[in-house]
Design a protein around this ligand. Structure first.
Ligand SMILES: Cc1ncc(COP(=O)(O)O)c(C=O)c1O
Length: 356
């Protein structure tokens, strides 16, 4: 597939310089068609019976295998959830933490991660978003390091393999801004989350969770796919592997859409996205203060000279879509493998006229 053919899969790119896969990736025509087709199938044939449930289960298997391939792990270690936030909650609640335990996290996390940390009852130790600061915060009470692989704010990538190795403490990686954006080998961690609506261009309310050792995490909030078998009393035998952590039912159209979305990404996606992000970094550095370290990620965050809310709204009026990072005085462009030079030039031209 050539770059032009691959890019042409996304109708939104015909009009917009759509630079916000960090929130939601562009939807391919094949993805929306698969969702519509599944919905029509369900309206025509109904949503019950063995044929329907077999189809749902087979779509779930396909999604599980697809997400596992993206993060380089075996599908038996991947749970299907509805978000990174939910995946984090599954991990943190399963660790049965008390006020005597500590979770080490950073000051650059999304609420989807830290919300669960604070709700756990453990003491939350917040450090600078830096490998050495995280390591320095480890004590004998630390039960979990919970942090992002790529920070949603500055776009910095943390060397979490080093943190895992040096600390010896289980690591929950928030992979919302990494899975699908950069090459990931999740098997080096204890837990790794995926938000397919972002860099995998999937439908919303989808999610993945890698669990290295499913037997060692308590199933604190069983969804109805959790049990291999159960008694009328409610006593149950969990499914083998990470499937026991599946958080609940995902609609057929959503599953079909994600299967289609997973098929839209060319082999060269990571190289191309990295090169285009580097180009974006270079172009914007001439105009504004870019805070993302070069070469770290597919996010390019910058501090505009004026008001970021007004800037994002003014760019939006020019059909250039970026987002503000509230409370941080930052604006963030998200560069996908589908982004072209024209998208970047439109952003740069907008910044040039609007920040003078
Ligand atoms: C780093 C990070 N973590 C978590 C989330 C929340 O993701 P989800 O909607 O899949 O829970 C986001 C979304 O913006 C994010 O950027």
């Amino acid at each position: 597939m050539t770059f032009e053919e691959a890019r042409a899969q996304f109708p939104v790119l015909e009009r917009y310089a759509y630079l916000n896969a960090g929130t939601n990736g562009p939807l391919a025509a094949a993805t929306s068609a698969a969702m519509v087709e599944e919905l029509e199938r369900e309206s025509r044939d109904g949503r019950s019976g063995s044929r329907w449930i077999e189809r749902i289960l087979s779509l779930r298997d396909e999604v599980r295998r697809g997400l596992a391939a993206v993060i380089g792990v075996d599908a038996a270690h991947v749970a299907l959830t509805e978000s990174t936030s939910r995946s984090c909650a599954i991990v943190v609640s399963g660790l049965d933490l008390t006020g005597d335990d500590e979770i080490v996290t950073t000051d650059q996390e999304h609420f989807g991660l830290i919300g669960s940390a604070y709700a756990s009852g453990a003491r939350v130790v917040v450090t600078d978003a830096d490998e050495d600061a995280i390591l320095a915060a480890i004590t004998p009470r630390t039960r979990l390091i919970a942090t992002s692989h790529i920070l949603w704010t500055t776009g910095r990538r943390l060397d979490l393999a080093r943190v895992r190795e040096r600390s010896g403490v289980p690591v929950l990686v928030d992979g919302a801004q990494s899975a699908g954006a950069v090459e990931v080998a999740a098997g080096g961690f204890d837990f790794y989350t995926v938000s397919p609506q972002k860099w995998l261009c999937g439908p919303e309310q989808t999610g993945g969770l890698y669990v290295r050792d499913p037997e060692r995490l308590r199933l604190a909030t069983p969804g109805h796919f959790a049990a291999a078998s159960y008694e009328p009393s409610g006593a149950f035998e969990p499914k083998p592997g990470a499937a026991r952590f599946d958080s609940g039912f995902t609609a057929g159209p959503t599953l079909a859409g994600l299967v289609a979305a997973l098929g839209t990404h060319p082999d060269w996606r990571y190289e191309r996205a990295a090169a285009t992000a580097a180009r974006c970094h270079e172009l914007l550095s001439e105009l504004v203060e870019v805070v993302t370290p070069p070469g770290h990620s597919t996010l390019v965050a910058f501090r505009p000279s004026g008001d970021p809310t007004e800037l994002v709204a003014a760019l939006d009026r020019q059909d250039v879509i970026v987002r503000e990072l509230p409370g941080r005085n930052l604006v963030r462009a998200a560069v996908g493998w589908w982004t072209n030079e024209d998208d970047l030039q439109r952003l740069a031209a907008g910044l040039e006229t609007l920040t003078q």
